[in-house]
Write a protein that binds this ligand. Structure first.
Ligand code: HEM
Length: 161
């Protein structure tokens, strides 16, 4: 087995655990939490789930990014960034960048404190906003995943240029 095959395996492993987790939080946990009657329990439960998942998401984001850039380096794919037909490469990088900034910069710096403050003052409005943001990120991630799978398996977009 060559190093690119291992990197590809790790890449997909990272993507599955990471985007799968985002899907679980968005489509199962958040809707369930929004039905809680007690706002304090709502915030405490969501915090407990999100803080555990945040570490998994950080690790898998790192794994996906490192393995992805390794494949670009090992296969000499940097030129793809100059070509519209490889828009799925830009999308992968953009999704990875957004999550990296949220998980490694915004959350530890202020997002977590902002969430606690806002959820205490307005639990309903805050969870609605959090769910909308999760839905947007999940949709973009799934579109990216689908386009990347097609692209990596030979589908040519925009005539391949
Ligand atoms: C810095 C971030 C990323 C980089 C540099 C990167 C890079 C790559 C590279 C070089 C490939 C191989 C393409 C080929 O064989 O032609 C690949 C495959 C793939 N990537 Fe990414 N990627 C990144 C993030 C993501 C993200 C966030 C997702 C999902 C949302 C994703 C999903 C996939 C999928 C599904 C494949 C196809 C794997 C296969 O079946 O061969 N990647 N990526």
């Amino acid at each position: 087995m060559d190093d690119v095959a291992i990197a590809r395996g790790l890449h997909l492993l990272g993507v599955v655990v990471w985007i799968g987790g985002v899907s679980m939080v968005t489509t199962v946990i958040l809707p369930a939490v929004r039905r809680f009657k007690n706002p304090q329990e709502q915030v405490a439960f969501f915090e407990a789930v999100e803080s555990r998942f945040a570490w998994q998401a950080r690790f898998t984001t790192l794994l996906t990014g490192l393995s992805g850039f390794y494949m670009i380096y090992a296969l000499g794919l940097w030129e793809r960034y100059t070509c519209v037909a490889y828009f799925w490469m830009h999308m992968m990088t953009a999704v990875w960048f957004i999550f990296t900034v949220v998980l490694f910069v915004l959350e530890p710096l202020f997002l977590h404190r902002w969430f606690l403050r806002r959820a205490t003052a307005d639990p309903d409005g805050t969870f609605r906003l959090v769910q909308t943001l999760h839905r947007v990120l999940l949709t973009v991630s799934i579109v990216t995943l689908f386009a990347s799978l097609l692209g990596a398996h030979g589908v040519e977009f925009f005539g391949g240029t």
